[in-house]
Design a protein around this ligand. Structure first.
Ligand code: 5GP
Length: 197
């Protein structure tokens, strides 16, 4: 399979984490890009696995040292993707999966547009936006998840509206109504882009 650099964005609660986990199980040649963040770990999250949880000062030093491919302030916290691990994975002819917000995805698109066609980041690039079937369903999922306080849920819902207005900037859009169908669509995209069918 051709090494792919896959960027996935979705509003919180759209089912992106579950879909990304299923994709990683389906394609063992895919690595998940562990982002850096300044937010606190949620229950069950582990440093170095879910995120690299960093203090603000360290994150800001990494910005100055240009270590990030992209970074953004999301829900009042910094989130960023380190450049080096992505090149390491692609140079090993494996594929990389990034789960980042719409601002981060826009920075990645801008960055790769300035790279030569032969750069593995550019030649393997695919971006996909995952939407919930409706705002009502998104609210229901966020409330059922039970990980966020009511005011955080309201903020995430407002952000979701904003994020969904950028879905047209992505090469592909997938609506996560039924998980198996959404997963099938994601696999179809990856199979076509990786030319393994
Ligand atoms: P959460 O706090 O729910 O884990 O993530 C909140 C948002 O931050 C999600 O939309 C997620 O896609 C985004 N995010 C996670 N990692 C990164 C990253 O490295 N860069 C950017 N720009 N956004 C990220």
């Amino acid at each position: 399979m051709k090494p792919l650099f896959v960027v996935i964005s979705a509003p919180s609660g759209a089912g992106k984490t579950t879909l990304c986990d299923l994709l990683l199980q389906t394609y063992p040649e895919f690595c998940y890009s562990v982002s850096c963040t300044t937010r606190y770990p949620r229950f069950g999250e582990e440093d170095g696995i879910d995120y690299h949880f960093l203090p603000n000062e360290t994150f800001e030093r990494f910005i100055k040292e240009e270590k990030f491919l992209e970074y953004a302030l999301v829900h009042d916290n910094y989130y960023g993707t380190l450049k080096q691990p992505i090149y390491d994975v692609l140079n090993e002819r494996q594929s990389m999966l990034l789960d980042i917000d719409v601002k981060g995805a826009a920075q990645v698109r801008k960055h790769i547009a300035g790279l030569p066609q032969s750069d593995p980041l550019r030649s393997g690039f695919v971006d996909i936006f995952i939407s919930p079937p409706s705002m009502e369903e998104l609210r229901r999922r966020l409330e059922t998840r039970g990980t966020d306080a009511p005011e955080v849920i309201e903020k995430r819902l407002l952000n979701a509206q904003e994020e969904m207005s950028h879905s047209g900037e992505y090469m592909y859009q997938v609506v996560n109504d039924q998980l198996e169908i959404a997963l099938r669509q994601l696999c179809d995209i990856i199979n076509v882009k990786g030319q393994i069918i």
